[in-house]
Design a protein around this ligand. Structure first.
Ligand SMILES: [Zn+2]
Length: 388
C-alpha cells in the first residue's frame, strides 16, 4: 500500500460541494465532488448522537487550533478519493459549515453564519492532516479492519459491512440501518440497539443465518435483493407480536430467532398467553422476568428459566435443625424420603451440606418460599424431585 501525506488541504477545500443526506447511509461528497465521504462500507454518521457532543468538540478543536488527528483517503482513481478514516470528523465539519447545527458560545448557540468573520476564516483555513492511500481492495480493507475511527471503535457488524461491502450490504443497510424507517419503532420492542450502529441489521442477519453472519454475507455478497433476509426477519417479528399481545420491556433483546425456530409451528392462544404473562409478572417468586416468554412457549415446564426465588439460608438451617432433632428421636433418616424408603439410608442422618431445600407444595402450583413450605431433602432425592 502506497501512502502520501497531504498537508495542503483546508476545511474550505473539503467542504466545497459538501452534501449531507438526512437519510443516513447515502453518499456524502466534498472536495468539489472528487471525494466520497461515505463510501458504502463506511458507517452511518454517529457524531450527532447523544446531544451532539462529539460534533461540537470537532468544531471547538478547529477554533482553538487543536489537531483533529490523521485522516485517511483511499485513492480510487485519478483525482477520485474515498474517506477511509475521518468520515465522522469531516461530516461534522461539513454539517457545521452548512449551518446544520450550532455550537455553544458563552451559553449562546451559534451557527456558522452567525460567527464573527475571523472565526469563520479560522475554520475555513484550517489545514487537515491527510494520508492518501493507494492499494488493492483487500489491502485497504484489511487495513481498515484494524483501525479504530476517532475514538468510537467499529463494532462487529460495522466491520462485517466493511469486509463484505457490495450490493447486498447496501440494500440491507437501506432497510435495517435507516433510522427513518417507519418500522424501527415496532422492531425496537423486540430488538435492542440502534439503526445507526447496525444492530437491527445484525439481528436480522443473525436470525436468518442461524448465527453465521459472516458466512451468510459472504454467500450473498453480490445479490441484488434482500428478499430472504427481509422475509425471515418480518416472519419472526410478526410471530412474536401475534403470540404475545403485550409489549413488555423484558422482551427487548431476547433470542427471538431461536425461539421462532423452536416454537413457531406450535399454536398458542394469545389470550391465555397474555393471562400467563400477567400472572408470572405479578408472581414475587419469579426473579427473571425475561425468562417468562420462553417458559410459556415451552408449555410452563422449565422453571429454571424463571430463576424462581429460593429459600434463604436461615430458613434452610432452621428447617434442617427441626427435621434432624425429630429424626434422631425416632431413629430414622433426617431426609423424609430416605426415611420412608427401605434402603441403606433409611436411618442415615445427613449433614446440612449434604441436603438441599425443596418446596413441599411446588412453586408452580402456588407454593411459596416460606419455612412452612420448606423441607430439606438429601441431594439425591432433591434432584430427583426437582426434575419432575
Ligand atoms: Zn433422601
Amino acid at each position: 500500500m502506497k501512502t502520501t501525506l497531504r498537508t495542503d488541504i483546508t476545511v474550505a477545500d473539503i467542504c466545497d460541494g459538501f452534501v449531507y443526506n438526512q437519510l443516513e447511509g447515502k453518499g456524502l461528497f466534498g472536495l468539489g465532488g472528487k471525494l466520497t465521504i461515505q463510501p458504502e462500507y463506511q458507517r452511518n454518521y454517529i457524531y450527532a448522537d447523544g446531544g451532539g457532543k462529539k460534533e461540537q468538540a470537532v468544531i471547538q478543536s478547529l477554533l482553538k487550533g487543536y489537531p483533529l488527528g490523521l485522516i485517511y483517503f483511499n485513492k480510487v482513481g485519478q483525482d477520485k478519493f474515498e474517506v477511509l478514516d475521518g468520515q465522522q470528523r469531516i461530516t461534522s465539519i461539513g454539517r457545521f459549515v452548512t449551518n446544520k447545527f450550532a455550537i455553544m458560545d458563552n451559553g449562546n448557540p451559534k451557527i456558522f453564519d452567525s460567527l464573527p468573520a475571523d472565526q469563520q476564516a479560522k475554520i475555513r483555513d484550517s489545514r487537515l492532516l491527510i494520508y492518501e492511500c493507494e492499494g488493492t481492495e483487500s489491502e485497504i480493507k484489511q487495513w481498515f479492519e484494524t483501525i479504530n475511527i476517532a475514538g468510537v471503535p467499529l463494532n462487529a457488524q460495522e466491520l462485517l459491512n466493511a469486509i463484505y461491502s457490495g450490493s447486498f450490504v447496501t440494500l440491507a443497510k437501506a432497510e435495517f440501518s435507516n433510522s427513518q424507517n417507519a418500522n424501527i419503532q415496532k422492531w425496537s420492542a423486540y430488538v435492542k440497539g440502534s439503526a445507526n450502529r447496525q444492530e437491527f441489521l445484525e439481528r436480522a442477519l443473525d436470525w436468518v443465518s442461524k448465527g453465521d453472519i459472516g458466512g451468510y454475507l459472504s454467500a450473498h455478497r453480490h445479490d441484488n435483493n434482500i428478499n430472504q433476509l427481509k422475509t425471515y426477519f418480518n416472519s419472526v417479528i410478526d410471530w412474536v407480536s401475534t403470540v404475545f399481545i403485550d409489549v413488555l420491556p423484558e422482551m427487548r433483546g431476547l433470542e427471538w430467532g431461536r425461539l421462532y425456530e423452536e416454537y413457531h409451528s406450535k399454536s398458542y392462544d394469545p389470550a391465555k398467553v397474555s393471562a400467563d404473562v400477567k400472572r408470572l409478572y405479578a408472581d414475587p417468586y419469579v426473579k427473571k422476568r425475561s425468562g417468562v416468554f420462553e417458559y410459556i412457549l415451552g408449555g410452563l415446564q422449565d422453571k429454571k428459566l424463571l430463576d424462581v426465588r429460593v429459600f434463604d439460608e436461615a430458613t434452610k438451617r432452621s428447617v434442617y435443625a427441626a427435621q434432624t432433632t425429630a429424626a434422631e428421636a425416632s431413629s430414622t433418616s433426617n431426609c423424609p424420603l430416605c426415611a420412608v424408603g427401605h434402603g441403606a439410608n433409611e436411618s442415615k442422618i445427613w449433614k446440612f451440606a449434604e441436603m438441599d431445600a425443596d418446596h413441599v407444595s411446588a412453586w408452580s402450583k402456588g407454593g411459596g418460599s416460606s419455612a412452612e413450605n420448606c423441607q430439606m431433602l438429601c441431594i439425591t432425592h432433591n434432584r430427583a424431585k426437582g426434575n419432575r
